[in-house]
Design a binder for this molecule. Structure first.
Ligand code: 13P
Length: 306
C-alpha cells in the first residue's frame, strides 16, 4: 500500500468508473483528516500540494505529507497541483512526489504541448505521473486567474491531439466547473455531453478541477460564526456521481476543506473565548474536515477500492 503514483490509482479508477478525491492540504491537520478518512473508508486517495502550500509550509510540510503517505494503509499519491514551471515540477519530484501537474493551460496549445512534453520526459524517466490541462476553467488558482469571458470548454479533438502529442498520464478538462466557493448562480451547469465526447477519444483518466460541493450547512455555520461569504455555490453531488461514470477519475477538492476548517475555528473562538489551546481549536476542525472527506469519498464511489 502506501505511496504509489497517481496513474496507479487513476488508471484503475477510470476502468472501474469511479472517482478518486485529490484533496488539497496546507498543514498537518488537513493531511491527517484526508488520510484518516481514506483509511477508514478503505479508499485510495491523492493528497495535493499547490505551490502556494509549498511556499507556506516549506520542506517541513512536504516531508510530513510524504512520511504520512508512506505510513498509510491505503494507496496514496502525493501530487503537485497546478505546477507553474518545469523547475517547480522537478523540485517536487526530487522531494519524493509521485505525481505532478504542469499547468500551461493559459498558454497557446503549442507552448502548452512543448512544456508538458518536457516535464513528461523527465517525470516518466523516474516513474512519476504527469497531469496536464487543456481548456480554461474560471476562477483563481495559484498563478492562473481566469475571468468569465476567458473561460473556454475543452474541445474533444484538441484534447486528443494534446494527449497524443504530450503523452501526459491524465488530463484536466474544462467542462463547466470553476475554482473557489462561487461557482455560479443556482446549480452550476456541467457539460456532461462534453465529458462523454472527450472520454470517447481520450482513454486516459480525466480530471475535474473546481469540483467542491460547497456544503450549505457549512456555509451557514461559517456565516453564523461571523464569517462573510456571499453567493457560495458548489457542484451538485449528482453531477459528480454522473461525471465519474462518464470518464472523470480524479476529482479535485480544496474549497470544501477550507470552508470547513474556517467554520469550525470561528465557532470555537466565538463560543469559547477563554480557549487558547491550539489543539482544542484545530483538533475539532480536523475531525469535521475528516467527516467532509468521508462524505466526498462516498460520492466519488472510491470506498473499499483500496
Ligand atoms: P475547488 O475550489 O472546487 O475545491 O477546486 C480545487 C481545485 O480544483 C484544485 O486544483
Amino acid at each position: 500500500m502506501s505511496l504509489v503514483t497517481g496513474l496507479d490509482i487513476l488508471s484503475v479508477a477510470r476502468k472501474g468508473k469511479y472517482g478518486v478525491g485529490a484533496f488539497n492540504t496546507n498543514d498537518m491537520e488537513i493531511t491527517q483528516a484526508i488520510l484518516e478518512a481514506a483509511e477508514e473508508a478503505h479508499s485510495p486517495v491523492i493528497v495535493s500540494l499547490s505551490e502556494g502550500a509549498i511556499k507556506y509550509g516549506g520542506d517541513a510540510l512536504i516531508d510530513m505529507v510524504i512520511h504520512e503517505a508512506k505510513q498509510a494503509t491505503v494507496p496514496v499519491a502525493v501530487h503537485l497541483d497546478h505546477g507553474s514551471s518545469y523547475e517547480s515540477c522537478m523540485r517536487c519530484i526530487r522531494a519524493g512526489f509521485t505525481s505532478v501537474m504542469i499547468d500551461k493551460s493559459h498558454e497557446d496549445e503549442e507552448t502548452n504541448t512543448r512544456e508538458v512534453k518536457r516535464v513528461v520526459e523527465a517525470a516518466h524517466a523516474v516513474g512519476v505521473s504527469v497531469e496536464a490541462e487543456i481548456g480554461r476553467l474560471g476562477g483563481i488558482e495559484e498563478h492562473v486567474v481566469v475571468t468569465e469571458d476567458q473561460v473556454s470548454l475543452t474541445e474533444p479533438s484538441e484534447a486528443k491531439r494534446f494527449i497524443d502529442n504530450t503523452d501526459a498520464d491524465f488530463l484536466a478538462i474544462a467542462i463547466g466547473t470553476s475554482h473557489g466557493a462561487n461557482k455560479g448562480k443556482g446549480r452550476p451547469f456541467i457539460h456532461h455531453d462534453r465529458i462523454k465526447e472527450i472520454a470517447v477519444v481520450v482513454p486516459q483518466p480525466l480530471v475535474m478541477h473546481g469540483a467542491s460541493g460547497v456544503p450549505q450547512d457549512i456555509v451557514a455555520r461559517l456565516i453564523a460564526a461571523g464569517g462573510k461569504i456571499e453567493g457560495a455555490v458548489g457542484i451538485h453531488e449528482d453531477d459528480v456521481r454522473k461525471a465519474v461514470t462518464e470518464g472523470i477519475a480524479k476529482i479535485n477538492t480544496d474549497t470544501d476543506l477550507r470552508l470547513t476548517f474556517t467554520a469550525v475555528v470561528r465557532e470555537i473562538l466565538m463560543n469559547t473565548p477563554e480557549q487558547f489551546d491550539p489543539r482544542k481549536i484545530l483538533g475539532p476542525a480536523r475531525t469535521e474536515m475528516k467527516r467532509i472527506v468521508a462524505e466526498r469519498i462516498d460520492v466519488f464511489g472510491s470506498a473499499n477500492k483500496a
